[in-house]
Design a protein around this ligand. Structure first.
Ligand code: C2E
Ligand code: MG
Ligand code: MG
Ligand code: MG
Length: 282
């Protein structure tokens, strides 16, 4: 008995919503072939030590060069890939690409080469083949596990069943670094952190807004970040701040004792050659 007026019918046949659905469907249906055809590629963004500007790590960020829609950011397709399950082979592909790249940096720069940091979707963290896949890729790329970091969100890592945690523990025992991505945006059980095989917290970019101005920064955001840094250090974890866009933010973070920063202030995500140039110091 819904009112049969024009408005509610319009909502049912909303053409914009329909177009979005069709686009989603098209993307999701063409993704497997796109992976075969090599339409995905990886950009890299440095994690920079605040004390001395050393590039300590490099995050791998996947993109899709779509033949029709052009360059697509991960926000457009990662969720879809999670839904269809394609995230598992896609994620494996990113991991291999990133490890191959990390190996090149290792050969060229030796011990001072940065680790590569790869995002792991929830579905991947629950994939029973995860540990085997990672081990095989590291072997084939001749990359020491210490040169790989895996980034998981709070929801992927907290309150999960025992099995994925077991997998993370095995990876951590191998020497792979585990990071919690977008820290502070989910519902972390802070006390539980000490029982997790985690090496790094990546503090979410949403806290950086309050650190933007040289003066007049939001004291609450600043206090939250300072507290997270203290907590992390008490647990022997390193902290990287995400979304650092201004010199004032970088300077505040350095004074707070944050270990590293990532963001447009240091470098935008780009091809591996951008990182090469940074590592060569030009
Ligand atoms: P994330 O892991 O938190 O990655 C950081 C995001 O912040 C990236 O967005 C990066 O381009 C962006 N960013 C970097 N510096 C700044 C800055 O100074 N300001 C602002 N506003 N943003 C900055 P991107 O590349 O669009 O990736 C979005 C998300 O997609 C990632 O967030 C990650 O959750 C996911 N993602 C990317 N690559 C992969 C992947 O290979 N596998 C999985 N599962 N997820 C991925
Ligand atoms: Mg990440
Ligand atoms: Mg993040
Ligand atoms: Mg994110």
């Amino acid at each position: 008995w819904a009112k049969a007026d024009g408005k509610s019918r319009w909502a049912l046949y909303d053409p914009e919503r329909n177009a979005r659905e069709v686009a989603r469907f098209t993307l999701s249906a063409t993704m497997p072939a796109a992976l075969e055809r090599d339409e995905f590629y990886v950009d890299y963004q440095p994690l920079v030590r605040l004390e001395d500007s050393t590039v300590v790590g490099v995050e791998a960020l996947v993109r899709w060069q779509h033949p029709e829609f052009g360059r697509l950011a991960p926000d457009r397709f990662i969720e879809l890939a999670e839904e269809t399950g394609l995230i598992v082979p896609l994620g494996r592909w990113v991991l291999r690409k990133a490890c191959e790249q990390a190996r090149r940096w290792l050969v060229e720069f030796g011990d001072s080469a940065p680790f590569v940091s790869v995002n792991l979707a929830v579905r991947q963290s629950r994939d029973p083949e995860l540990v085997r896949d990672v081990r095989r890729i590291l072997d084939e790329c001749e990359l020491p596990p210490t040169h790989l970091q895996l980034e998981l969100t709070e929801s992927a890592i907290m309150g999960t069943a025992d099995e994925p945690l077991e997998a993370l523990r095995s990876l951590s025992d191998m020497g792979v670094r585990i990071a919690i991505d977008d820290f502070g945006t989910g519902y972390s059980n802070l006390a539980y952190l000490r029982h997790l095989p985690v090496h790094e917290l990546k503090v979410a970019g949403s806290f950086m807004e309050g650190l933007r101005a040289a003066d007049g920064a939001d004291p609450v955001d600043a206090q939250i970040v300072a507290t997270l840094v203290q907590l992390a250090h008490a647990l022997d974890l390193t902290v990287t701040a995400e979304g650092v866009e201004t010199p004032a933010q970088a300077e505040r973070l350095r004074r707070i004792g944050c270990d590293a920063g990532q963001g447009w202030f240091f470098a935008r995500p780009g091809p591996p050659e951008d990182i090469d140039r940074l590592l060569h110091g030009d």
